[in-house]
Design a protein around this ligand. Structure first.
Ligand SMILES: CC(C)(COP(=O)(O)OP(=O)(O)OC[C@H]1O[C@@H](n2cnc3c(N)ncnc32)[C@H](O)[C@@H]1OP(=O)(O)O)[C@@H](O)C(=O)NCCC(=O)NCCS
Length: 139
């Protein structure tokens, strides 16, 4: 698998992958999420390519204090081959190179398989409550 930064030509393949992976939530437009990401730290939006097709994505971020991970997705037929782990390593390296000391991420508490994945790549549970305030509605 080759890891490279997202380009505009990847848009439809990436949205199809997120749909296949169940990552599209009604409150978030994937297109608007991509457009916003292209305005801020687009070099941390990575895709994994194998045999000419996109098999994985990760949308990393760094706002000067913490790194963030969103939209980690591996095509269902390509799972348990180490692709998720390889993509996390690639995005972690790029975030660290920007001077970031710690990465945070949020997972739905019922998503036990993904929690197992993140434990395997050494993410520890923080003793925090996750709060959010929506500033804009996509739909
Ligand atoms: C989470 C996800 C990215 C993992 O990708 P992957 O390429 O299959 O992961 P890897 O092959 O690198 O797995 C590394 C290790 O994580 C653990 N792991 C991965 N998937 C797991 C699962 N479903 N159940 C339990 N442990 C799992 C294992 O320890 C695995 O090592 P092993 O295969 O040698 O046992 C993938 O399942 C996915 O895309 N899920 C749906 C999208 C999603 O919910 N993303 C998270 C948004 S926050």
């Amino acid at each position: 698998m080759q890891v490279r930064a997202y380009t505009e030509a990847d848009e439809s393949a990436v949205i199809a992958l997120w749909d296949e992976c169940g990552l599209i939530a009604p409150q978030n437009s994937p297109l608007r999420d991509i457009q916003r990401k292209l305005q801020v730290g687009r070099d941390l939006f990575l895709v994994g390519v194998s045999d000419g097709g996109i098999v994985a994505t990760v949308m990393g971020g760094y706002e000067g204090h913490r790194g963030w991970i969103n939209y980690l997705a591996v095509k269902p037929s390509e799972r348990r081959k180490g692709i998720g782990q390889a993509l996390m390593k690639a995005v972690e390296q790029r975030i660290h190179e920007k001077g970031c000391p710690k990465i945070n991420l949020q997972i739905r508490s019922k998503n036990s398989e993904v929690i197992a994945f993140y434990k395997a790549v050494v993410y520890l549970k923080d003793d925090v409550v996750s709060l959010g305030k929506r500033l804009e509605y996509d739909s």
